[in-house]
Design a protein around this ligand. Structure first.
Ligand code: HEM
Length: 565
């Protein structure tokens, strides 16, 4: 629209705030994403969105005067109602607009503007271009947001946005429509989610505390040997072993023997999964053609995936054989969750209200996802916890003091009541997951054309928007002094909204393993800090792996010194 037209439209504009309400059905062409307020008195006016032609205006029933904020131009509601012409509506003070971003170079697009430090470069682009930015990398266009209100609209699963893994989605290379996480929100997801989420409820998770703790304390032997040798270790290499040791037991009752000694090798189940994610990130950050090559990362991705499936089937068969030898009863979902030895055991025995069990292909696909989602995330989180312990020694001292004051040892039986006493540990964990959360990119494509988001950003069907968790967790409008690691900010009264703090994402496709993960991370902190003093070796700046699906430190070396008894 020419500037002159825009000005004449502006002269008749009113301002709305999407948080307080929006005249939703104003245009069949545009699909606002907020609810209509309740009816008080019925009156009508013609509206169009600021930034569109007045001829596109539609008649709208005005259902609540209260939903209109005092405007810049039309000050009184009577002026809106009585205005003879169509009235333009600004969204959060803006005309509708397409998200902006840096101009793409031929072929590579914005690759070199964003990588290798995509987390910080995204922050810079938000500051320059606004709350929703457009990026193009090797032919793939992705939008990102650092706005909690935009994130809410994209993450809630609605007719406007849903998890659907199209070719621009970051999980495209490993999509699997039989599985949670990797698949669309379709009927398989509904079935998988019913069983998998029932296995990990807040009620069920405490019964895995003992098993988790037993696996975690095995690291004390490894640290003891390393300390005796006065050796440091790469943080992620060790936490990968720890987290997968735990998840091997939690999902498959399998001892991966990762913590028998510092030299214990990684099980194939783990090397395959790590390779798979690494190759996927390489493939998806370079364009679809790259993944289809008969050599290189695309081929490796296909090979690792096939091998991983074979290992999983073999392990599942062992559990089935065990069930044949020692039959155990089928149970309803809730009881099965409390009785199961591991997730595979749960899946084999849990029946829904109709007595139906999860179909075999969905069982296998979801078990694979739970193994992968279960350790890739927590291993990165544990590595960042070591980083936080080393970087903020005063906080480490406070943690230790709390553990000593509460008589926590490696023999403590951890119940929810014990965790409740560890208030500082909880604050430390929350703050570490804010500043150093491992997940950064829940992505959702628009489901219809011309979706108008808070701030007036317009997207079309198939456009993928990522809620940039890292940027939201450092947003200066949300967090006081965001660069400061400050566990004390988490007072009982401090409650950021669901879309301001979301290390596990939010909405219908958020993490179902969060209760297990939090319990495991609490146990990890309590176990390590009680017996070892953690410090960083050297002053090297810590790098993260930009090619990986999760944020993990690559060059963090830790020295763990045994504390005197
Ligand atoms: C610190 C640890 C963890 C973090 C930060 C984390 C984070 C997340 C995030 C951000 C998502 C949303 C992904 C998206 O929208 O694309 C997600 C989904 C998921 N997570 Fe986690 N997660 C963690 C641990 C776990 C564990 C331990 C399990 C299971 C054992 C798990 C299972 C899942 C599953 C199955 C989904 C997909 C849910 C669905 O498709 O509806 N996660 N997680």
């Amino acid at each position: 629209m020419p500037a002159a037209d825009r000005r004449s439209t502006r002269a008749r504009s009113i301002k709305t705030e999407t948080k307080t309400g929006f005249p939703a059905a104003m245009s069949s062409r545009f699909q606002p994403t907020t609810a209509i307020p309740t009816l008080l008195t019925m009156t009508f006016q013609r509206f169009h969105l600021l930034g569109t032609e007045p001829s596109t205006a539609k008649e709208v029933a005005l259902e609540s005067f209260a939903s209109f904020k005092k405007g810049e131009v039309l000050e009184k509601i009577e002026e809106v109602v009585d205005h003879p012409d169509a009235v333009a509506v600004a969204i959060d003070g803006h005309a509708i607009r397409e998200p902006q971003g840096p101009a793409p170079l031929p072929v590579v697009g914005n690759y070199y503007e964003i990588y290798p430090d995509h987390l910080h470069n995204h922050g810079r682009l938000f500051r320059k271009y606004g709350d929703v930015i457009r990026t193009e990398v090797m032919g793939k266009v992705v939008y990102l947001t650092n706005s909690p209100s935009v994130s809410e609209q994209i993450l809630i699963e609605s007719p406007y946005f849903s998890k659907e893994i199209n070719s621009n989605h970051p999980l495209y290379g490993i999509r699997n429509n039989d599985a949670l996480f990797l698949g669309d929100t379709n009927k398989n997801w509904v079935v998988g989610h019913k069983y998998a989420s029932a296995s990990m409820t807040g009620k069920a998770i405490p019964h895995y505390a003992k098993m988790t703790h037993n696996e975690l304390v095995k690291v004390l032997g490894v640290l003891h040997t390393l300390d005796a040798r006065e050796e440091s270790f790469n943080a992620y290499s060790l936490t990968l072993k720890i987290a997968s040791q735990v998840i091997g037991k939690f999902t498959l009752m399998r001892d991966l023997h990762h913590l028998d000694s510092p030299e214990s090798p990684l099980d194939d189940l783990v090397t395959d999964m790590v390779a798979l994610l690494g190759y996927n990130k390489q493939v998806t950050s370079r364009g679809e053609w790259f993944g289809k090559l008969p050599f290189g990362p695309g081929k490796h991705l296909r090979d690792s995936s096939g091998h991983f499936q074979q290992l999983l089937e073999k392990q599942l068969q062992l559990i089935k054989d065990e069930h044949e030898k020692n039959p155990r009863p089928d149970l309803d979902l809730e009881t099965a969750a409390l009785d199961a030895d591991c997730l595979a055991d749960f899946f084999l025995r849990a029946a829904d209200k109709n007595g139906d069990k999860i179909p075999h292909d969905l069982l296998l696909a979801n078990l694979g996802v739970l193994v992968g989602a279960g350790f890739t995330t927590t291993s990165s989180a544990m590595a960042w916890l070591l980083y936080a312990l080393a970087k903020y020694p005063d906080c480490q001292d406070k943690l230790l003091q709390e553990l000593v004051d509460n008589d926590i040892t490696k023999d403590t039986e951890f119940t929810p009541a014990v965790f409740e006493k560890l208030a500082y540990l909880e604050k430390f964990l929350k703050e570490a997951l804010r500043m150093h959360g491992p997940s950064f990119a829940p992505a959702r494509p628009a489901q219809v054309d011309n979706v108008v988001l808070p701030g007036g950003y317009v997207l079309n069907k198939g456009d993928v928007v990522i809620s940039a968790l890292y940027s939201i967790h450092y947003h200066p409008k949300i967090w006081n002094n965001p660069e400061r690691f400050d566990p004390e900010r988490w007072t009982p009264d401090f409650k950021p909204s669901r879309y301001e703090y979301m290390p596990f994402a939010a909405g219908g496709r958020s993490c179902i393993g969060f209760a297990f993960a939090l319990q495991e991370l609490r146990l990890f902190l309590a176990t390590i800090v009680r017996y070892y003093d953690i410090s960083q070796v050297g002053d090297e700046a810590i790098e993260y792996d930009p090619e990986f699906q999760l944020i993990r430190p690559t060059n963090l070396y830790i020295r763990a010194k045994r504390r005197p008894e």
